[in-house]
Design a protein around this ligand. Structure first.
Ligand SMILES: *Cc1c(COP(=O)(O)O)cnc(C)c1O
Length: 375
């Protein structure tokens, strides 16, 4: 069976974790957390990176920093993971869902402006499959309407838009290091902060509302409770696990891209015949091969394709159920405008196996079977 995902693992991780254990330094903000933060800062060019317990928590932290209040509206796509909305619903805000573009499955930047009301406070672009949203347009709208931009870059580490790393363009960017992502620490994430003015507040909210980070740096002689906050620090053991992967981030990225390119090349003839649709990577976008998906004709054909591949020992999956059609989405949010593509395009989409360690021979076999299905 070729499974859909195998969590990334690098041998050195075991030694790094052992080091944490031996030194009895396993709590948050230890040596490996610092190494990960610095690696991400250097690699992306963000002002500040703070490792968190998840991308969900990084987004919650961003919602707190953006001072999202009950009744505020936050514009986002409906075709996304629940966390994109949850972080704002927890603050009492209303997710306002906007339709996606069929080519990238990202929020349609041309529909955002019409969804803005006097209650709108933020835009949350989700970079689906690690392919960037049209950020120039989104940042221009945000500037004109004075809105905060929080990038859900859960899938977007190592990707860029016109040379800028995803997660560094908006006020805040959120990465995920869940085991289904390109780099993993089991559960974990990171908040990227663009502006220096937000750094101190972020450190305080992440440390239960205290100025403990300053205390640890020796900048103050005792720490105290100075704002609301929560606990968003991962254990240094998890950071150690992640750091081993970051050290060879390019190697992992290249291996994934090689698989992605092979899928693309092998399945292009089917796309040319009009039988399937392949993903689009717009000009100026560099992606990280987070996923490879194809789109079938409709939901019936997709169901048959997934069943056929399963018979051939290949685990392929679909997602997402659009948030606006889910019980919580109906309760907490609303869809602005027409759902022209969100539901219909999401029903066509199938994700093929993609992970660090997948071989080109396996990709060839999977492509053979997809081609066989359509023969
Ligand atoms: C994975 C994912 C998340 C959640 O990440 P966690 O680290 O599991 O909290 C949020 N948004 C998107 C788009 C994701 O793919």
């Amino acid at each position: 069976m070729i499974t859909f995902n195998v969590p990334p693992y690098v041998d050195k991780a075991a030694g790094y974790i052992q080091e944490c254990v031996k030194n009895q330094k396993i709590c948050g903000d230890g040596a490996y957390t610092k190494k990960c933060n610095e690696w991400i800062e250097e690699r992306t060019g963000t002002t500040k990176c703070l490792l968190t317990t998840s991308c969900t928590h990084a987004t919650e932290l961003a919602a707190l920093l953006a001072q999202i209040q009950p009744g505020d509206e936050v514009i986002m796509p409906s075709f996304t993971f629940v966390s994109t909305a949850d972080a704002f619903v927890l603050r009492g805000a209303v997710p306002v869902f906007v339709d996606i573009r069929p080519d990238t499955m990202n929020i349609d930047e041309k529909l955002i402006e019409a969804a803005i009301t006097e209650k709108t406070r933020a835009i949350v672009p989700v970079h689906y499959a690690g392919v960037s949203c049209e950020m120039d347009t989104i940042m221009d709208i945000a500037k004109r309407y004075n809105l905060v931009v929080i990038e859900d870059a859960a899938q977007g580490i190592m990707s860029s838009y016109k040379g800028q790393a995803l997660g560094t363009i908006g006020d805040f960017g959120c990465f995920s290091f869940h085991e289904t992502k390109n780099y993993s620490m089991g559960e974990g994430g990171a908040l990227l902060i663009r502006d220096q003015k937000d750094v101190e507040d972020a450190e305080i909210i992440r440390e239960k509302g205290t100025n403990r980070s300053k205390f640890y740096r020796g900048q103050i002689d005792k720490y105290t409770w100075i704002n609301y906050g929560s606990s968003y620090l991962p254990s240094d053991m998890n950071a150690a696990y992640l750091y081993a992967q970051l050290e060879i981030a390019d190697e992992i990225n290249d291996a994934r891209l090689a698989c992605w390119n092979r899928y693309y090349e092998r399945l292009t003839p089917l796309a040319d015949e009009g039988k399937i649709t392949l993903p689009t990577v717009p000009e100026g976008c560099v992606h990280n091969a987070h996923m490879f998906y194809i789109k079938a004709k409709d939901v019936e054909e997709r169901t048959e394709l997934i069943a056929f591949l399963k018979e051939k020992g290949i685990h392929s999956v679909f997602h997402y159920i659009p948030l606006h059609s889910a019980p919580a989405g109906i309760k907490f949010g609303r869809f602005h405008g027409e759902d022209k593509y969100t539901t219909s395009e999401s029903e066509r989409l199938t994700r093929l196996p993609m992970f660090y360690g997948l071989t080109l021979e396996q990709v060839d076999y999977i492509c053979d079977m997809v081609i066989k299905f359509y023969a």
